[in-house]
Design a protein around this ligand. Structure first.
Ligand SMILES: [Zn+2]
Length: 248
């Protein structure tokens, strides 16, 4: 009799786990990936004259690919294929799709006073070695979930550190255009309360500056397929860690 009860207990638990796993597969957490900027307003220009938008689009695709193999998550690039959506429409689309988190992919520059013009192949580009490394931004005035956004940024920062990336401190400098407040300097997390795409998001949201594209050597790394895959894997690891922690 005891053996029979044990059999039913084990069977019930395993059936419950199977149902939970099936539900997780049937309703994976939707990850909204936002490609920062648009084709016509492409953001910063790199040391070799490439628009930030192109870096953002390539890294977003690599992140989409890195997350696609995680059975509990479903990545969606929310502003593809035309990338013309405004910031409010991007967060509205993420909400309409039922996204569990929102990441906005960007690549960084520095203030104009740190840029030096250089002549390359008959064109003038602007470069700087003043700053390099990634930065993460969250809004703490977000109506839905400032704590969730902070936790998401912490998991991303930890994953980037484990992968060997350095955070950049240049957004905290006391100069016009910067003066961002730190949340966690060791993990590269800043507070950026007013940023519309973060403040309006109805789910945990982080803006990721993957690296500084006006830095000549960092640009080479960020532009390479291997560098993009490495960064995408680190970001995916952070997202997966946050999702598992949130779901448990
Ligand atoms: Zn940007």
């Amino acid at each position: 009799m005891r053996r029979l009860i044990r059999f039913f207990q084990v069977t019930t638990v395993s059936m419950a786990l199977t149902v939970a796993a099936t539900l997780a597969l049937a309703h994976p957490g939707l990850v909204a990936i936002d490609v920062g900027h648009t084709r016509h307003a492409p953001g910063a220009i790199s040391a070799r004259g490439v628009a930030e938008f192109e870096f953002n689009r390539t890294l977003a695709n690599a992140l989409d690919e890195a997350l696609a193999s995680e059975p509990g998550l479903q990545p969606v690039i929310i502003n593809a294929p035309d990338f013309a959506l405004g910031l409010t429409a991007r967060v509205a689309r993420a909400k309409a799709l039922g996204a569990v988190l929102f990441v906005s992919i960007h690549h960084d520059s520095v203030q104009p006073s740190y840029l030096t013009p250089v002549h390359q192949a008959g064109r003038i580009h602007h470069v700087s070695r003043y700053a390099s490394g990634y930065s993460l931004f969250v809004s703490q005035r977000q109506a839905c979930c400032p704590v969730g956004s902070r936790h998401l940024a912490e998991r991303l920062g930890e994953a980037l550190q484990v992968a060997g990336y350095q955070a950049s401190g240049h957004h905290a400098e006391d100069i016009p255009g910067e003066r961002r407040r730190w949340i966690d300097p060791a993990l590269g997390i800043y507070r950026f309360d007013g940023l519309a795409v973060l403040r309006q998001a109805a789910m945990p949201a982080v803006l990721i500056e993957a690296g500084v594209i006006v830095h000549p050597e960092q640009e080479v790394e960020l532009a390479s397929a291997a560098g993009q895959r490495r960064m995408a894997r680190a970001l995916a690891a952070g997202i997966i860690a946050w999702w598992r922690e949130t779901r448990d």
